[in-house]
Every structure is written in structure tokens, then in C-alpha cells.
Write a protein that binds this ligand. Structure first.
Ligand code: ADE
Length: 394
């Protein structure tokens, strides 16, 4: 993670986070550990809890405690009760800055008023689902501090959501099933940046890809990107693998179960486990059993078997290791620089959702290009002048 390394060198020297307590609710992976070390190098006290019960890497938690003295309250497969207990535990530290991935920590903080709301200067949010929830809170006048939407930075969603999830979601499906993707029919539900990435990677692996999408412009884009576009109901009849990536609830639901092809693999790549209606699937099934750890087999009426991966939780982090470090490098550079921005400026900001300052986004792109050894041209003075000259034409 070379960009994090470069920022870490600067933070070590300048300590822009000295005296700041950061409570971070993130997927606890090796990449997150690297971010935590960088924040610590910048002078912060860092306390971590998990943003999903199935994404925690237990060896990372152990190393954070024993090698680096960074408290991380999480274990793989934790119960809902322990998940929220861990969030409450990091909030006891009276954080100045909170970092979230999905907005569970910030939502908890606002629901349990009187906890440590008073100490919080501001927050950051990693993912589109969390940004949506936070914008909802701001619109309802509930949000009590400024939050930076890290997800919306170009150097985050164009790369992490598209190439990161595109690769890691397919990685999760492949690790869980060991299926050959070539020749399969893959239905991708949702054509946001995540859906675009998964569809492209599935096609690259040789699948025939169908996209379902409710937004007319996105559906049109999928069609012109060369994908078949169909409703979930129509595509369900032919799909061998269905991957949801909509950020919405009950995308594959009771009315679709009767239509599913025999042997279909159901997986979710959205933040929450609501996109496949698992409760309804359990009700309809005559039998269910766990196979190969992360695969559950359901027998539906007429003895049709279908397979659900990791209980409908996000497949890239629960069946694989999430995005590779190369891409988390940019996402977490946005986090690190946004935390320092908040530590300096949050007192002057209203309680709203803010974009990552554009100069941070550009700086990260520049550092990443440099780290990749790529050189780019610069505008000549003639070109700069041309761009400002409205009189010139044909
Ligand atoms: N989100 C997606 N991939 C991740 C990773 N490897 N670490 C932390 N958060 C992630």
C-alpha cells in the first residue's frame, strides 16, 4: 500500500492527529490494520470494531492487540449482540473522530443519545450504503456532526467499488464453490459501480452476463456496454449464478424462488444481508443443510436444490479477503487524509454530509500514479490559454 506508506512518512513527522481519539468501525482485515497503524503514526489513539460479523480476520485482530497495542474488539462470526457491544465499547473511548463502513456506528451513536455524541467532532463514511443512510439522517435534521463521504471520492468509488468489488466478489464465489465461470449464465442485479465491476469481471471470466437494473439510464448503459438486460424474474429462469449488488432489500424474494434454475448459486455483494430474502427462502425450503462451510443448500418444492453463499452476507469479505491492498491503498488514503481534515476543520463545519475535498482526491491520484511508475503529460501554456479562450472556433 505505497500511498498509505507515503502519507505515513508525512504523518510520522508532523503528527496531525496528535491528541485525537479515532473510533473506527471497519472490516478488520490486513488492509485496515495498515490504516490503523498509519493513524497511530500520525498521533491518534485508535480503537477498532468490526463493520460486519463475517469479515473479521482473527489473526489480524490478534496482531493488532499483541504486536501494535491497538485495541480491536471483534472476532469472526460474532453474534449480533457482541457486534453491537463492540461498537458501544469503542464509543466509550469518547472519540473525536468516528470512521464508519455502513454507518452502524454513527447510527448507534445517534440512537443511544447521551453516549459520546458530545465528544465527536466529525466522521467519515466508507461505503455507498452508509452515505445513503447518513444523507437520510441529514435530510431529517438528525445528524449531529459533519461527515465526509469517502465513498464518493473519485479515487475511492471508481476503483474500490468497481475493480475492487468486481474482482473480490468473483473471488468469493470462486473460493466458495470452485466452479468454472466460463460458459455459466451470471445475473448481476444492480448496475451501480459495484454491479458494473462484477458484470465486467464475470464477462472476462467467460460468463454470459445478464444485468437487472431499476434505473432506466443505468439499464441503458448496461445494454450499451453489451450486456443482456432483463428483469430478475426473467433472468432467474436461466441464471446459474445470481449476484446482488443493489444496496436495496429483497431483490431476490419469494416470488422468484419458484422460477430459480436448479442448482443456482445465490450470492450478495451489497453491504447488508437484505438483498436476498433469506428468511423467506428458509420458510419455502423443505430442507436446509450447510455444505463446505460457506455454502448452504436449500431443497425447494419439487426437490429443486439451490445454494446460498455465506448466509447472504457480502460475499467478497465473507468468502474471500475483500479487496486487494492495491485498491484499498486509495480508499484508505482518502480515510486518512479526511480524518486529518476533520481534526483541523470540523469545528467550522455544519452537521451535513460533505465530499472529500477535491484537492485530496487529486493528490491521491497523483501519488498512486507515481507509485505505479506512470508518468502523465502536463498542459503546455498554449493549451492552458486555449481552454480559457471562448472566442476561438472553426
Ligand atoms: N472493504 C472491501 N475490501 C476491504 C478490505 N480488504 N479491507 C477493509 N475493507 C474492505
Amino acid at each position: 500500500m505505497p500511498v498509505l506508506g507515503l502519507i505515513r512518512d508525512v504523518y510520522k513527522e508532523r503528527e496531525p492527529l496528535r491528541g485525537v481519539t479515532v473510533a473506527a468501525c471497519l472490516h478488520i482485515t490486513t488492509e485496515t490494520a495498515n490504516l490503523a497503524l498509519l493513524l497511530k503514526a500520525g498521533g491518534a489513539r485508535v480503537h477498532l470494531c468490526a463493520s460486519n460479523p463475517l469479515s473479521t480476520q482473527d489473526d489480524v485482530v490478534a496482531a493488532l492487540w499483541s504486536e501494535y497495542g491497538i485495541p480491536a474488539y471483534a472476532y469472526h462470526g460474532e453474534s449480533d449482540e457482541d457486534y453491537y457491544r463492540a461498537i458501544d465499547r469503542v464509543l466509550q473511548e469518547k472519540p473525536g473522530v468516528v470512521m464508519d463502513d455502513g454507518a452502524d456506528l454513527i447510527s448507534r451513536l445517534h440512537k443511544k443519545a447521551g453516549t459520546s455524541l458530545g465528544s465527536v467532532l466529525g466522521g467519515t463514511e466508507e461505503t455507498s450504503t452508509g452515505v445513503l443512510r447518513l444523507r437520510n439522517m441529514a435530510e431529517h435534521g438528525v445528524l449531529r456532526f459533519p461527515v465526509i463521504a469517502v465513498n464518493d471520492a473519485y479515487t475511492k468509488h471508481l476503483f474500490d467499488n468497481r475493480y475492487g468489488t468486481g474482482q473480490s466478489a468473483m473471488d468469493g464465489v470462486i473460493r466458495a464453490t470452485n466452479l468454472l465461470i466460463a460458459g455459466k449464465v451470471v445475473l448481476v442485479a444492480g448496475y451501480g459501480w459495484v454491479g458494473r465491476g462484477i458484470a465486467a469481471r464475470a464477462r472476462g471470466l467467460g460468463a454470459r452476463v445478464i444485468v437487472s437494473e431499476v434505473h432506466p439510464v443505468r439499464a441503458l448503459e448496461a445494454a450499451m456496454d453489451g450486456f443482456e438486460v432483463a428483469t430478475v424474474a426473467n433472468a432467474a429462469r436461466v441464471a446459474d449464478i445470481i449476484i446482488t449488488a443493489t444496496g436495496n432489500t429483497s431483490v431476490v424474494r419469494k416470488e422468484h424462488f419458484a422460477l430459480l434454475k436448479k442448482g443456482v448459486i445465490l450470492a450478495n455483494a451489497g453491504h447488508f444481508d437484505v438483498e436476498i430474502d433469506v428468511a423467506a427462502l428458509r420458510k419455502v425450503a423443505t430442507r436446509a443443510r450447510v455444505l463446505r462451510g460457506v455454502i448452504e443448500e436449500f431443497v425447494l418444492p419439487r426437490r429443486k436444490k439451490v445454494y446460498l453463499l455465506t448466509g447472504g452476507r457480502l460475499v467478497n469479505l465473507s468468502a474471500a479477503e475483500g479487496h486487494p491492498p492495491d485498491v484499498m491503498d486509495m480508499s484508505f488514503a482518502n480515510q486518512a487524509l479526511s480524518v486529518a481534515h476533520l481534526a483541523k476543520n470540523a469545528r467550522r463545519l455544519d452537521p451535513r454530509v460533505y465530499p472529500v475535498p477535491p484537492e485530496i482526491d487529486l493528490h491521491i491520484a497523483t501519488l498512486k500514479l507515481r507509485a505505479m511508475g506512470l508518468k502523465t503529460d502536463e498542459l503546455t501554456s498554449e493549451q492552458e490559454a486555449y481552454l480559457k479562450e471562448w472566442r476561438l472556433g472553426t
